[in-house]
Unconditional design. Structure first.
Length: 403
């Protein structure tokens, strides 16, 4: 079995790693800019230089980092716990820096985590994570705006941070909807593939078994009539029945082997034999002639290699048409014409039996032939002839690369 292709490198990186990288960048930048670098003109109100001078502030920053990284570690497994830890880490970071106003960069890891949670979890989980993020923002904004704690004359940053959180949720929701839609498409395609395979197997079984049983029935009837008067003729009929039965059993074994091929531990089995094609029409005509219906095969044009699906379908159409002649037409002969010219393959099976004015086969034979031709985008017709008998005709397009 072919190996499953690996995901791109960026998609193999866990979501928590991306959030952790964001947190580290947000934490390291102010340390380098406002603590390690030489002082610059002007003052940063968001990151006061004396913020990291005390041991308590440094301990709070270590606590904030520990909480945030713990949240990143469980982001994929426990998204709501991860969001709560990231929010707590953000609050501890603000305490470490003596911040009374939320800085957009400080809240960036929470926003990134919100987008990931929305994209990879259910709608309920994403809404709860969104409530946690907005609840924390409100808790940071309310003391300053409502009771005036630490209030300054600037414009509050929380509304803009809330807007970025909304954008992150919308992007994550779009990704989630796209993933759900893709999964639905894959599920639908899988169901359609299973249905198509079941129809293909049904057609193969019908075409193979119906023809063989029809020949066996005719040979058995002939043997019964002559077993007392012509033992040699009865022996020939029984030999034909044995040969046809063995061929049918071999075909059934091949088909059952194909059905079990994908099961574990079946790789060591012998490969299946090739499917029949137009090269086997002569053998098919010989078997049908032995059953009592003379088959005249006429080849028009040049018989050349065909795509497997065209070759197999052409053989099955001829086989099923001959089966209908044997079982329903009450004819002693029929003509098979195969014309392979230009960009199409034409097949015609004509008998002189009782097809005129009769009821076409009510089973699955004609339906199976029509489905085969339809899958190859060809044309199919099956109808009684005005002069008597029945005519089955099919035209199958031949791809340009094999012409």
């Amino acid at each position: 079995m072919p190996a499953t292709p690996r995901l791109p490198l960026l998609k193999r990186i866990p979501l928590g790693v991306w959030t952790a990288v964001t947190w580290c960048g947000v934490t390291v930048y102010p340390l380098v800019q406002y603590v390690l670098m030489p002082p610059r003109q002007g003052v940063s109100y968001s990151y006061p230089r004396h913020g990291m001078d005390g041991h308590a502030a440094q301990l709070f920053l270590l606590l904030a980092t520990a909480l945030a990284l713990a949240g990143c570690a469980v982001l994929s497994r426990r998204p709501l716990t991860a969001m709560a830890l990231l929010v707590a880490g953000t609050g501890a970071s603000m305490v470490a820096w003596h911040q009374t106003e939320t800085v957009p960069t400080v809240y960036l890891p929470v926003t990134v985590a919100l987008g990931f949670i929305t994209a990879h979890n259910s709608r309920r989980t994403s809404l709860l994570a969104c409530a946690l993020a907005f609840g924390a923002l409100f808790a940071l904004w309310a003391p300053r705006e409502v009771i005036g704690f630490g209030r300054d004359d600037g414009i509050a940053a929380e509304p803009y941070i809330a807007l970025t959180a909304v954008v992150a949720w919308l992007i994550g929701n779009s990704v989630h909807q796209a993933r759900v839609y893709a999964e639905n498409l894959r599920s639908r395609a899988a169901v359609q593939a299973v249905t198509a395979e079941r129809l293909r197997i049904a057609r193969e079984l019908h075409d193979m078994v119906a023809h063989s049983i029809g020949v066996i029935a005719l040979q058995a009837g002939a043997a019964r009539r002559v077993i007392d008067t012509q033992p040699a003729g009865a022996r020939e009929a029984l030999t034909a029945i044995e040969s046809t039965g063995r061929e049918t059993l071999a075909g059934l074994r091949r088909m059952l082997g194909a059905l079990r091929e994908a099961e574990p531990g079946r790789a060591e089995e012998a490969p299946l034999g090739p499917e029949p094609g137009l090269a086997a029409v002569a053998r098919l005509a010989e078997t049908t002639t032995t059953a009592g219906v003379h088959v005249d095969v006429r080849w028009l044009g040049e018989l050349r290699p065909l795509p497997p699906e065209v070759d197999i379908s052409a053989y099955r159409i001829i086989q099923e048409a001959l089966t209908n002649v044997v079982r329903h037409a009450s004819a002693d002969s029929c003509r098979v014409s195969v014309d392979c010219r230009g960009e199409e393959l034409s097949i015609e099976v004509i008998d002189g039996g009782r097809g005129h004015g009769g009821t076409p086969d009510s089973g699955y034979g004609l339906l199976g032939m029509r489905e085969r031709v339809g899958l190859l985008h060809g044309e199919f017709s099956a109808e009684p002839r005005p002069e008597g008998g029945f005519r089955v005709a099919a035209r199958l397009p031949v791809p340009a690369e094999v012409r």
